[in-house]
Design a protein around this ligand. Structure first.
Ligand SMILES: Cc1cc2nc3c(=O)[nH]c(=O)nc-3n(C[C@H](O)[C@H](O)[C@H](O)COP(=O)(O)OP(=O)(O)OC[C@H]3O[C@@H](n4cnc5c(N)ncnc54)[C@H](O)[C@@H]3O)c2cc1C
Length: 402
């Protein structure tokens, strides 16, 4: 299945097979996942049962784990092809979990950086959906934007394994996870670039505990966790000891790009709802769509969507080619988060009170847009790191532009 990625980074033109697959994913999300969103959002046993049912349907329809390696039981789609479907899949926040692609980040990280025994033990059950993972970097007591200050400590145990002690928070999905990847300082002092390590921790390890759930604007799914002298085997180290930032950086680049694709899908959904509402609701002065200030919302939202999409696909193309994508991912992440917040806010405004009530997905989509500007690094972090990188090329050592 070939997909042509254009040099400008504009959304590539998928071939017929990719178009057909994207239509099937879009239909699955629209007809299967979206009707279950309120149950899935509420969490608890009913959400677990609904998710199991959706996963079983996805397998039956041949849509399970499309971007995951075929040799592990996935669909084997290259990232550049999967990127053409990810927007449709991510139109619901629950799409990736229902269709088995939510583990793409963990599977990629473990396949590249874990030892043989960890790969053999965990990769297949991860792809099949038998086990779930989460990722714990952020801590309450130090800025998440400054991981060099990580307070969680890891050290060698007498049996050759690792001992880990610390607290993490906003660990997405920890409540239902079987494994958590923990960033811990295993050598050096706070502020050192070296000395941080990633350790894979089974959540049934003695000393691991969920402290509390942290609702985000009322939504479930985030947790504070504690590790109190948790022991894991020596081979549960991911990547090299003390060199976690290289692995974490690679993971974050892919993760941020995937999120951007999904946010495009969610914004498109809000945009469609806004336009349908504007076109069908009328007062004594005509349809909402006839008001120029409503047209302004539609124009600005469309502009935000259309200008963000090529930026995201520029990052996709570089990541798919294994090239440095730091600037492009930073631009895409800020643009996509702002765009999702702007489009969902406009859609709510055009709906009036109905946009804030329980009968549309707009409150949940807006919540996602607001959180998007903080999670995976707040806007300011990306703005300053991209700008600094660009400005380096204009410093005293740079070639003066002609
Ligand atoms: C819904 C959600 C899910 C999350 N999931 C996870 C997860 O699964 N795993 C995980 O480890 N973490 C997760 N997080 C945490 C998230 O990654 C952090 O919140 C984020 O990286 C920011 O860290 P912080 O909250 O400690 O903010 P801080 O680092 O304290 O920053 C606070 C504010 O300071 C300002 N600021 C920070 N740096 C700069 C700068 N360089 N220049 C200018 N201003 C700056 C910004 O306004 C920023 O918002 C999640 C968060 C949310 C909201």
């Amino acid at each position: 299945m070939a997909v042509s990625l254009t040099a400008s980074g504009a959304a590539p033109q998928p071939d017929d097979a990719a178009t057909e697959l994207r239509a099937r994913v879009e239909r699955f999300v629209r007809t299967r996942v979206i009707p279950q969103e309120s149950v899935l959002d509420a969490g608890g046993p009913a959400a677990g049962a609904a998710l199991r049912e959706l996963r079983s349907l996805a397998r039956t329809e041949g849509l399970w784990a499309l971007p995951l390696p075929a040799e592990l039981g996935g669909g084997g789609l290259p990232f550049s092809v999967y990127a053409q479907l990810a927007e449709a899949e991510g139109a619901s926040d629950h799409g990736p979990a229902a269709l088995g692609s939510a583990t793409l980040l963990d599977v990629t990280m473990l396949a590249r950086h874990a030892g043989t025994r960890v790969r053999e033990r965990y990769l297949e059950p991860l792809v099949s959906g038998e086990i779930r993972t989460c990722y714990a970097m952020t801590e309450a007591d130090v800025p998440g934007t400054d991981p060099l200050l990580t307070g969680t400590r890891g050290g060698y145990a007498a049996d050759g394994g690792w001992r880990i002690t610390g607290r993490k928070w906003f660990t997405s999905g920890a409540g239902a996870a079987d494994l958590v990847t923990v960033l811990a300082r295993t050598s050096g002092a706070p502020g050192d670039r070296e000395g941080l390590s990633l350790l894979l921790v089974p959540t049934d390890s003695p000393g691991f505990r969920i402290v509390r759930e942290l609702p985000v604007l009322g939504a479930a799914g985030q947790y504070e966790i504690e590790l109190d002298d948790v022991r894991v085997p020596g081979d549960h180290l991911i990547g090299e000891a003390g060199r976690a930032l290289a692995v974490a950086g690679e993971r974050l680049a892919l993760g941020r790009t995937l999120r951007c694709l999904r946010w495009l899908g969610q914004a498109q959904r809000a945009f469609d709802l806004m336009c349908a509402r504007a076109a069908t609701r009328s007062g004594s002065r005509g349809a909402l769509a006839d008001h120029q200030l409503v047209q302004q919302h539609v124009f600005d939202a469309l502009l935000a969507l259309r200008t963000t999409r090529p930026l995201v696909h520029e990052a996709v193309a570089l990541i798919a080619a294994g090239q440095d994508a730091r600037t492009e991912v930073g631009l895409a992440k800020v643009a996509a988060a702002r765009m999702l917040q702007q489009v969902t806010d406009s859609a709510i405004q055009v709906h009036g009170a109905a946009g804030l009530g329980p009968d549309t997905p707009l409150p949940a989509l807006f919540r996602g847009g607001r959180a998007a500007r903080i999670l995976d690094g707040p806007d300011e972090l990306h703005i300053t790191t991209v700008a600094r990188r660009i400005l380096r090329d204009y410093g005293p050592q740079a070639v003066t532009p002609g």
